[in-house]
Design a protein around this ligand. Sequence first.
Ligand SMILES: C[S@@+](CC[C@H](N)C(=O)[O-])C[C@H]1O[C@@H](n2cnc3c(N)ncnc32)[C@H](O)[C@@H]1O
Length: 312
Amino acid sequence: MRKDILNYQNTKATFYLGDCLNVLKQLPDNSVDLTITSPPYSDQRKNTYGGIHPNEYVKWFLPITAELLRVTKPTGTFILNIKEKVVGGERHTYVMELILEMRKQGWLWTEEFIWHKKNCYPGKWPNRFRDAWERLLQFNKNKKFNMYQDSVKVPIGDWSKTRLKNLSETDKKRDNSRVGSGFGKNVSKWVGKELVYPSNVLHMATESANKNHSATFPIGLPEWFIKLFTQEGDVVLDPFLGSGTTSVAASLLRRNSIGIEIVDKNYAIALQRFAHDTQQPIIKTTTKTIKVENGIITPSTNNSQLELLWTN
Ligand SMILES: C[S@@+](CC[C@H](N)C(=O)[O-])C[C@H]1O[C@@H](n2cnc3c(N)ncnc32)[C@H](O)[C@@H]1O
């Protein structure tokens, strides 16, 4: 197993090349504030790093979530980006089965966020429409966990200019839900507010595959959860690091990070990208010094050179 520690300002980004199940076993108990990750997809044809058979998915993933439970701090959070595939004409149930099994392990399934991929182009399928959203499942160890809601406030929006101009009598007092849900709102409380809390739907464009890796997060996705669930100096983990988006987001937000990637080529991409995106002129890994001149990485990121990068 290879390990590289890169620094950015006063944060530490630790990278491991290896199988996350083995690497996680070496991390201490209760040491991680936030795990955010997008594991390999379920794929009917493959049983490789690129995909796990849908029927095997839960069995494959549970030992990893058991380790994540152990390394997560009591105040920590686990965000899992996942979406069930269509198999044999219907949605497979592995995500639901996984949630049920993780609850048996001791996780609380606290919340579900939706990532709306707002740049999806239209398409035509015989019995369904374009799949334009993915789940971000939130799990915790305890009902009380760290959450910094003010850090993700959003502008109230233009609607408020007209809606809040002339308030009715009902708007000025708490208006309880008419369906008896127990919820209510006092519209007048929004007057003068510039920022409000967001909803649990995140509207973000997908990242084009320009990082030499086919399934990258838009950086805004880990950024949003890192701001919501951690503070500067906390520890963020991504056990399926891919091109390193989570490590970059964590460092730029002054959090420490741990990233684990099993494929050599992806590991090399993650390190190089970290050097590039944190705009460091030189990064020393355990085997190489990576030079970044005027934002350009040498050796260049074309694949054959990446493979050469790790042969010493
Ligand atoms: C969907 S991608 C993650 C993409 C990442 N979110 C990004 O922004 O680039 C999943 C990654 O997990 C890696 N992977 C698969 N099995 C693994 C394992 N057992 N341990 C560590 N990494 C693994 C794959 O090689 C792949 O790069």
